[in-house]
Design a protein around this ligand. Structure first.
Ligand code: SAM
Length: 239
């Protein structure tokens, strides 16, 4: 597995260009079993970042719809969802190395063959590796809210990001975002209002509360224990 989760960029004087990313590059702790899972299972389940588009039919060995999950954490809900929907393909992207190890371990022991994962910044993966109109769904469960105003530029969900996703979804494609931050929820709803091609599937053009048709994620369990409300935002691509 390649260890670079970003592609360094420099200006013409050779100075490193610092980008606003939605994550902080940290060394972080990783357990022995997570490292072992990377050694053993990366070759069969992982895909290294490359500057060339993926051919999903050859990656998954079939032409079933592809669901992209960005920031799957340790991958419990992603692996269980992939096991529940064997006739769909799942592609996960994460920059948290111990999460990659945990997800590989879970995916191996659950015996699924409809999941692939990438260890790299999702923005670069989307730009370089995902062809237009090839995804049936993009799901982002609990993107970091970067609550301080001066950090808002680090939020993954920005207008440029929503426009990027629009191009990658196929006809009737779905974008599903979940957050426990009321402020981030309204921030996203405001952005979406200014982009014509998304239809908000909630009746009141707001969010779904108490949405039951997906698995609860690890982050969500903690958020609920802290008494936080959960907001499911679901948008469909206008044909
Ligand atoms: C708050 S956690 C939520 C994890 C998981 N979805 C859950 O609900 O338990 C946000 C995750 O997004 C990942 N992340 C943030 N920015 C990312 C990016 N640009 N590309 C890939 N993953 C990213 C982080 O590493 C982190 O694991």
């Amino acid at each position: 597995m390649k260890n670079n989760i970003i592609t360094p960029q420099y200006n013409c004087n050779g100075t490193f260009l610092r980008k606003n990313r939605s994550f902080v590059c940290r060394k972080g702790r990783i357990t022995k079993s997570q490292l072992q899972a990377i050694e053993k299972y990366w070759l069969s389940i992982g895909i290294d970042f490359k500057l060339e588009p993926l051919d999903f039919t050859s990656v998954f060995k079939n032409s079933a719809p592809v669901i992209l999950e960005i920031g799957f954490g340790s991958g419990e809900s992603l692996v269980k969802t992939a096991a529940n929907f064997p006739n769909k393909n799942f592609l996960g992207i994460e920059v948290y190395k111990s999460g990659i190890g945990s997800c590989l371990r879970l995916a191996h022991y659950s015996g699924i063959n409809n999941l692939k994962i990438i260890y790299h910044d999702a923005i670069e993966v989307i730009d370089q590796m995902i062809l237009d109109h090839t995804l049936s769904k993009v799901q982002i469960f609990f993107p970091d809210p970067w609550n301080k105003k001066r950090h808002h530029k680090r939020r993954m969900i920005q207008d440029f990001f929503l426009i990027k996703i629009l191009k990658k979804l196929n006809n009737d494609g779905i974008l599903h975002i979940v957050t426990d931050s009321k402020e981030y929820n309204f921030f996203i709803l405001n952005l979406i209002q200014n982009i014509d091609n998304y239809i908000n599937l909630s009746k009141k053009r707001m969010c779904f509360e108490h949405f039951k048709y997906r698995l609860v994620t690890n982050f969500e369990k903690k958020a609920k224990l802290s008494g936080n409300k959960i907001f499911d935002l679901i948008f469909k691509l206008k044909k």
